[in-house]
Design a protein around this ligand. Structure first.
Ligand SMILES: C[S@@+](CC[C@H](N)C(=O)[O-])C[C@H]1O[C@@H](n2cnc3c(N)ncnc32)[C@H](O)[C@@H]1O
Length: 203
């Protein structure tokens, strides 16, 4: 099973909430693509972050397209059910746990609430096909995935992300240092030390 957990990278979620979300919330639809989402804790953490920062009405316009190559072929079922062990949600802040999780009807398990589950759509998908799952994406999150690719594959995937983003759309990657030199001119780093980038128009 892929290594992941809920609220794995709180500083990045905070960066999204602080910089990307207020801008994206002015749009009619907010399309987020979580590329390499594993079995759900990451896209659900993103969905909860959005809901924490907007009302129910606006949150209905948020769609999180969660994709993974998923060699086990089980991620789709796990994400659709939204049931996780108490150990898996161990790092979720208590107030968030109380607001967005409910008893799952099985001992030692909790279930992501329906409102949050409804915002996440899962699709099995190989990033190396280099075909975006959709265009006009407001935010792409791709964390702890690109490091498994060759430098050439990484550049090709980042070009594809740039194509998939709407003008001014945002990208979060695990590249803590610099984007590859071919990609760097396509984005501006939104915050000094962070991993959040904004698409620059190339026309
Ligand atoms: C370490 S997990 C990271 C999960 C999550 N993004 C996080 O940071 O917690 C890496 C994920 O990348 C997925 N992955 C690896 N190669 C992929 C590819 N070519 N296309 C899509 N997903 C891929 C794996 O299946 C795995 O779920």
């Amino acid at each position: 099973m892929a290594f992941t957990y809920f609220f794995r990278d709180q500083p990045v979620l905070d960066l999204i909430a602080q910089h990307a979300l207020p801008d994206l919330a002015t749009r009619r639809y907010i399309n987020v693509w979580d590329a390499g989402c594993a079995y759900g804790p990451e896209p659900y953490s993103i969905a909860i972050t959005f809901r924490e920062n907007m009302g129910h009405f606006l949150f209905r316009n948020v769609r999180i397209y969660a994709t993974d190559i998923d060699e086990s072929q089980h991620f789709g079922d796990i994400i659709a059910r939204g049931v996780y062990t108490e150990r898996e949600v161990g790092r979720v802040p208590k107030d968030i746990l109380a607001r967005y999780f409910e008893p799952a009807g099985e001992p030692g398990h909790v279930r992501v609430c329906a409102e949050i589950r409804g915002a996440v759509r899962y699709q099995r998908y190989d990033l190396l096909t280099l075909e975006p799952v959709r265009t006009e994406v407001g935010l792409i999150v791709c964390k702890n995935v690109l490091l498994h690719f060759t430098p050439e594959q990484r550049v090709a995937v980042l070009y594809m992300f740039h194509k998939a983003l709407m003008p001014g759309g945002y990208l979060v990657t695990e590249q803590t240092q610099k984007l590859p030199p071919e990609i760097e001119p396509l984005f501006r780093r939104v915050s000094g030390a962070g991993q959040l980038f904004q698409k620059l128009s190339t026309d």
